[in-house]
Each structure stands twice: as structure tokens, then as C-alpha cells.
Design a protein around this ligand. Structure first.
Ligand code: NAD
Length: 257
């Protein structure tokens, strides 16, 4: 296999992606489907699940509910094993100062963004040992930078990096790789809502807030969901075989938040 061939994932991968019905998860699901993989996704959005491209199977499941994650793994068993598991589910959490955040929104952010990844990793580990597979955890540049007024989100994403690095050390000797992808500002409806909330918090316009955000990105642009999907494919290809325990930013170089 030459170096160029090593950039292409195997055509028979079995892939599970959480929150795969919209946004980054959907872009990753489509990319694996295009690469010939068999793909199973979960999501809480029943309507979006029914609109998935043909060939992607699904389970309606909330990663914050243990019983849902159990059912997800029961249904994903139809793939006959798993080679790649993508822990993608994550919520923005509240935009609020430390004096205003309430216990419920703090706990919910951690429960989906961190505990949800644990629940999936816990059930995926035996399957990944069997396949010598790969776990990809979606973190964020907020998992390597401080993010004022988004403390629960940032704390959860730093924790995802800790989860990733620890599991890479633990499972590496058994042939399993674990990496985190840290997206920057990804274009799409989610970021529009984040900019809107932050602009309201600061009392400035949407355009001013967007401009301010992009001024902190070296390339002065957002990234696309397909940029994140491309990194997931690369990690899954033979060329990525010696990449583990890494927090890989795909962010056009976000310098601060
Ligand atoms: P999104 O807000 O577009 O949501 C994606 C999907 O998550 C939706 O279909 C939603 O129904 C589903 N979902 C929400 N809660 C869920 C739950 N509890 N269980 C299962 N599914 C659930 O998200 P996105 O922007 O595509 O982000 C995907 C991941 O990437 C997240 O972990 C996010 O933190 C991370 N990320 C996103 C950005 C960005 O700019 N969009 C930047 C950095 C990191």
C-alpha cells in the first residue's frame, strides 16, 4: 500500500456515531457512508432521523439516558461489531456568568457532553478491543482555551480531552486508539444561535459579534462540518494508524475565545 492509498479508509468499516442526524455528526455519517462504511447513528431528533440518507441505520436515543445508550448498542449490534465509534453528541449549555448559572443547566451540560461520552465509551470498549478499533471524541477549541460565560461547556470539553488521553493510555496496549477532534467555529445553525446569545449577553449586534469572533481566528474564517468529517476519515484510514491520545484542532487556528 503506497502513502496515497493509506489515506483511504477500509471499505468495510462498521461505524457508530452519536447525534448523527444533524450538523457535524451528520457530515461525519455521510462521509463514512461515501467511504463505503456501514453506519449507525443515534439522535434525539426523531424527525431528522427519518430524513437520514438511505443506508444509514438509526436508533432514537439520548446519550444522557443509560437505558437509551443500552438500546443503542443493542440495535447497533446488527452491524456485527464496531470499528469506529464517534462520540459526537454535545450541547452548547448556558451562556451565563458564574453568578447566574443554575445547578440544573450546569449538570445537564456535563451530563450530555461528558457523561454521555463515558456511557458510550464504556459500552464500546469491548467491541473496539475485538476490532482493534478507534474511538473519536468530539471536544472543541473550548477544550484547550478558556471561554468566559460558557464555563460549563468549556469545562466539559476540557474533560473530554482528559477522557480521551486517559482512555488512549489505557486501551492503547490492547490495540485501541482514542483521539479527540477540537472543532473551531463551525458554520451552521448551531453557531448562529451561539453568536446570537453571546451578542445579546454583550449588548451588541449579531454582525459585530461575528466579526469579533472571526478576528480571533488566524485564518479569519469558520470551518465546515466536512472539515471535521475529513479528519475523522483520516484517523480511520491506515495513514492514521499511529495517531492516538491526541487533541486535534480543526479550527483555522482559533487563538482565543
Ligand atoms: P448540533 O447542535 O448541530 O446538534 C447535533 C445533534 O445533536 C442534533 O441532531 C441534536 O438532536 C443532537 N442531540 C442533542 N442532544 C442530544 C442527546 N442528549 N443525545 C443524542 N443526541 C443529541 O451540534 P454540532 O454543532 O453538530 O456539534 C457536534 C459536536 O461538535 C458537539 O459535541 C459540539 O460540542 C462539538 N462542537 C461543535 C462546534 C460548532 O461550532 N458547531 C464547535 C466545537 C465543537
Amino acid at each position: 500500500m503506497n502513502v496515497v492509498e493509506r489515506l483511504v479508509p477500509r471499505h468495510d468499516l462498521r461505524v457508530l456515531i452519536t447525534a448523527g442526524a444533524n450538523g457535524i455528526g451528520l457530515a461525519i455519517a455521510k462521509a463514512f457512508l461515501d467511504a463505503g462504511a456501514r453506519v449507525h447513528v443515534c439522535d434525539i431528533d426523531a424527525k431528522a432521523l427519518t430524513a437520514l440518507p438511505e443506508g444509514i441505520t438509526h436508533t432514537q436515543a439520548d446519550v444522557s439516558q443509560e437505558a437509551d445508550v443500552d438500546r443503542l448498542f443493542e440495535e447497533a449490534a446488527s452491524l456485527g461489531g464496531l470499528d469506529v465509534v464517534v462520540n459526537n453528541a454535545g450541547i452548547a449549555g448556558p451562556t451565563a456568568g458564574i453568578d447566574e448559572i443554575d445547578d440544573e443547566s450546569w449538570t445537564r451540560t456535563i451530563d450530555i457532553n461528558l457523561n454521555g461520552q463515558y456511557r458510550v465509551a464504556h459500552r464500546a470498549a469491548p467491541l473496539l478491543r475485538k476490532s482493534q478499533g478507534l474511538l473519536i471524541n468530539l471536544a472543541s477549541v473550548a477544550g484547550r482555551l478558556g471561554f468566559a460565560y460558557r464555563t460549563p461547556y468549556s469545562a466539559s470539553k476540557w474533560a473530554v480531552v482528559g477522557l480521551t488521553k486517559s482512555l488512549a493510555c489505557e486501551l492503547g496496549p490492547e490495540g485501541v486508539r482514542v483521539n479527540a477532534i477540537l472543532p473551531g467555529i463551525v458554520s451552521g445553525p448551531r453557531i448562529e444561535k451561539v453568536i446570537e446569545d453571546r451578542a445579546a449577553k454583550r449588548g451588541i449586534s449579531y454582525a459585530e459579534m461575528e466579526q469579533e469572533n472571526l478576528a480571533k481566528v488566524s485564518m479569519r474564517r469558520m470551518v465546515e462540518p466536512t472539515d471535521i468529517a475529513a479528519m475523522a476519515l483520516f484517523l480511520s484510514a491506515p495513514g492514521g494508524a499511529n495517531i492516538s491520545g491526541q487533541a486535534l484542532s480543526v479550527c483555522a487556528n482559533v487563538e482565543s475565545l
